[in-house]
Ligand binder design. Structure first.
Ligand code: C2E
Ligand code: CA
Ligand code: CA
Ligand code: CA
Length: 281
């Protein structure tokens, strides 16, 4: 018994140690990965479902890391790691630049405006130059500020919420629009909701997952959509994987849908094909 306990313990330590080494590698490799273009921005389409036919309305920029040794590393493995040591600021800035250049390219190539939302880690909200940085990026690419949408996760509003709200207000005064990501994941207090500076609510994916199987979930989503109506902002549902989910969400009054039902996040070339298809219809 004693032996097996000891070996289990060692195994745990090895595993823990392995994880730490992996994290350390990712941190050390980040700079070189940026200069060697191992990071790529993918785009997942969002469709407006308020008309008779779904229409391509915008996209979300999502980072992908093609590591020479580890293969494709998903953001779930490095975003929070990079948030801990501030590297996220550099990475997010890379994504914003890429996304802005992409919007420009689609405009020039197809004569179509596809606003792109970028994820803004809460760490950036404490950067006093955030609005200037984003304004510069928009200006360099000749974009209207409203074309670069900013997704800020609901949990970012939790601590230091005065400071966050102030930063968000400043961005909105500059003309940027804010989508609250992961809404309903449990952080915003109801009394705060009516004063929140936001332009759209993005429902947390976990409510969508069981929306057709679980009537309570369906009602909960209905209530969240009512809250959005009260705030007079559109609702986006992400993680929509089936036609049934899409139709139910449409019936509940959801405005915009994002998810595998329409498309996974795509490299820019493939997103271009979606745009061409949209223009033909
Ligand atoms: P998020 O912002 O909530 O993004 C949605 C995630 O759901 C994405 O995962 C997307 O690929 C995935 N997804 C979309 N549709 C479906 C679906 O129908 N079913 C399922 N199961 N999943 C779906 P991804 O790309 O792995 O990103 C994970 C998280 O990493 C993001 O969650 C976001 O918090 C963070 N992230 C990604 N890119 C960036 C970035 O450039 N900057 C920052 N700060 N965070 C990022
Ligand atoms: Ca997001
Ligand atoms: Ca989300
Ligand atoms: Ca998330």
């Amino acid at each position: 018994l004693r032996n097996s306990y000891v070996s289990c313990f060692d195994f745990y330590n090895d595993e823990q140690h392995g994880k730490e080494l992996y994290a350390e590698r990712l941190i050390n490799d980040m700079d070189r990965a940026l200069s060697e273009k191992q990071f790529r921005v993918f785009y997942q389409p969002k469709y407006s479902i308020t008309g008779s036919q779904p229409r391509l309305s915008s996209a979300e920029a999502l980072i992908r890391w093609f590591h020479p040794e580890f293969g494709m590393v998903s953001p779930g493995q490095f975003i929070s790691l990079f948030e801990e040591n501030g590297l996220i600021q550099k990475l997010d800035r890379f994504v914003w630049n890429e996304a802005a250049a992409q919007i420009r390219q689609w405009k020039d190539c197809y004569g179509i405006d596809i606003p792109v939302s970028v994820n803004v880690s809460r760490v950036n909200m404490f950067n006093a130059h955030l609005a200037d940085i984003l304004e510069n990026i928009a200006a360099q690419n000749g974009l209207d500020h409203a074309e670069l949408l900013l997704e800020i996760t609901e949990s970012a509003y939790t601590d230091n919420s005065d400071q966050i709200v102030e930063a968000v207000n400043k961005l909105r005064m500059c003309g940027f629009r804010i989508e609250m990501d992961d809404f309903g994941s449990g952080y915003s207090s109801l009394n705060m909701l009516t004063t929140l500076p936001i332009d759209a609510l993005k429902l947390d994916m976990k409510f969508i997952r069981e929306i057709c199987e679980n009537e309570k979930n369906e009602r909960l989503v209905g209530i969240m959509i009512d809250i959005a109506r009260l705030l007079e902002v559109p609702v986006i549902a992400e993680g929509v994987e089936t036609k049934e989910q899409m139709e139910l969400l449409k019936r509940l009054g959801c405005n915009i849908i994002q998810g595998y039902y329409f498309s996974k996040p795509l490299p820019p070339e493939e997103f271009g094909i979606l745009i061409e298809k949209e223009l033909r219809e």
